[in-house]
Design a protein around this ligand. Structure first.
Ligand code: FCB
Length: 495
């Protein structure tokens, strides 16, 4: 504003108040919706999506290197070879985090950087990278949260069967032990798996994610071995970490909604809830797979041979926090051959379903505006999930991912104005606040994502970052949403 005539006003502005009380200058206005003290304000990333340097420091190929280098698997043939070069630029990225005022940062450890063949001793060069990262975070007062598995299985392990093979669970626990022994003095919050639903059902069911296999029985076997790997890893982490360390798993639980109250639609919702959610929460929290899931999938796998004595006790070892990743709700009905119904729920394009045992279910677009992923925006699913998790399991919760891709435009002055992303984050923070008011013990929020990055099968076409990355120069520029989020963090909440 260049006008020299101040507009008429009847109420005091923040500037008036600051002038009247100079001592209060640095104290921000309390927000209308304040989050609990100690709430972790974070951002999240994953190794393969940001690190690049895929052939450095002794790292070998993961299933995502193989998959992305296979023609036709990712948009534009994009790979994570360079990604956003975080491996070399992590110090700059941590300075950015500090400028945003993040109090916590969730990243993932690259398994093939730490244990290239998925067996045997750890590689010191791989551990050194994460030691340096954790030290730099500590120097900026940012609390690290390490995810052990964000989808980059060493290709060596896929070559001998991958997650559908039981041995993979044991290999994962060994890797967890190595990582915890080396990094447990620097990292106090550990997430075993990120979204095992995607690993099992997109990786081995619909095949839109690495390793790109399409066998419903293998997808179910993978789900059990991911659960088992989680449980064995919890045991290994407890043995290696200081007693104050916190252990979590991050699930992309589906906020499943029937299209109508018709019994057939309710049955469809029950099936998707079973193979989308309770296949994980059942064994994790109740030490049993749900009976209806076993019945729905009995024609595909022999659960009695798959699940061995003692497995469920391993899987249900207590954890300290549950991580929830949420983007959009899931609306289902009994099979309908209409224009708006799909078989796959917006998880990429494949003739193979990621929903074994639920072939007679259709997915519908939820009401609401769409993000650039085509995902409807409906924060009420987040409130619903947090309140029901609190009611049913009672444990502390972290929102370990939430955010949105939009078609960002770089302005003539180089700035990126992304009001849709601000609106998305604000609405989802309000949804979390509502769950907190209803009693849910939510301890943190991790925006997906800190930086624009390699969005799996969509390559670099979808931008989720609060910080824009120019893929030619790799220059980082905070978007308006980053500045807005910094202010939210400074004030401890939203209005
Ligand atoms: C989640 C993934 C994360 C990112 C977001 C958009 O499913 O965990 O890596 O791709 O979706």
């Amino acid at each position: 504003m260049t006008s020299t005539v101040p507009p008429a006003r009847t109420t005091a502005t923040p500037a008036d108040r600051a002038a009247a009380a100079p001592a209060a200058l640095s104290t921000p206005e309390p927000p209308a919706r304040a989050f609990p003290p100690g709430f972790r304000w974070g951002a999240a990333t994953a190794a393969y999506q940001i690190e690049g340097a895929t052939a450095e420091g002794g790292r070998t190929a993961s299933i995502w290197d193989t998959f992305s280098h296979t023609p036709g698997r990712t948009a534009g043939g994009h790979t994570g070879d360079v990604a956003v070069d975080h491996y070399h630029r992590f110090r700059e990225d941590i300075r950015l985090m500090a400028r945003l005022g993040l109090t916590s940062y969730r990243f993932s450890l690259s398994w093939p950087r730490i244990q290239p063949t998925g067996r045997g001793p750890a590689l010191e060069s791989g551990l050194d990278f994460y030691r340096a990262l954790a030290d730099e975070l500590a120097a900026h007062g940012i609390r690290p949260v390490a995810t052990l598995y964000h989808w980059d299985l060493p290709q060596h392990l896929e070559d001998v069967g991958g997650w559908p093979a039981r041995d993979n669970a044991e290999r994962f626990a060994d890797y967890a032990a190595l990582a915890a022994q080396a990094l447990g003095d620097r990292i106090d919050t550990w997430v075993t798996l990120n979204e095992p639903w995607c690993s099992a059902f997109l990786g081995y069911g619909s095949g839109v994610h690495a390793p790109g296999r399409t066998n419903p029985a293998d997808a179910l076997r993978a789900a059990h071995h991911l659960n088992l790997g989680h449980g064995l890893a919890v045991g290994a982490l407890r043995a290696a970490l200081p007693s104050a360390a916190e252990i979590a798993v991050s699930l992309n639980l589906h906020a499943v909604r029937p299209l109508s109250g018709h019994p057939d639609d309710l049955a469809a919702a029950r099936r998707i809830d079973a193979v989308g959610n309770r296949i994980f929460t059942g064994p994790l929290f109740s030490g049993a797979y749900p009976e209806d899931l076993l019945a729905d999938t009995a024609h595909l796998v022999d659960w009695d041979t798959l699940v061995r004595d003692g497995d469920l006790a391993e899987i249900s070892r207590p954890i300290d926090l549950l991580g929830l990743n949420y983007y959009t709700p899931t609306v289902v009905s009994a099979d309908r051959d209409t224009e708006n119904a799909t078989r796959h729920d917006g998880h990429g394009d494949s003739e193979h379903s990621p929903w074994p045992g639920a072939d007679d279910v259709s997915f519908h677009r939820a009401p609401g505006e769409l993000t650039a992923m085509g995902w409807p925006i409906d924060p009420s699913g987040l409130t619903d999930l947090l309140t029901s998790l609190h009611r049913e399991h009672g444990l502390p919760l972290l929102v370990t991912e939430n955010g949105a891709a939009f078609e960002d435009v770089v302005g003539a002055d180089g700035s990126i104005d992304d009001p849709e992303r601000i609106a998305y984050i604000r609405a989802h923070l309000a949804a979390i606040h509502q769950a907190v008011e209803a009693g849910a013990d939510v301890r943190g929020y991790y925006l997906w994502s800190l930086l624009d990055n390699f969005e799996w099968a969509y390559g670099y076409a979808k931008r989720f970052g609060a910080v824009h990355v120019d893929y030619d120069t790799l220059a980082r520029t905070p978007k308006a949403s980053a500045h807005w989020y910094a202010e939210v963090i400074r004030r401890g909440g939203i209005d």
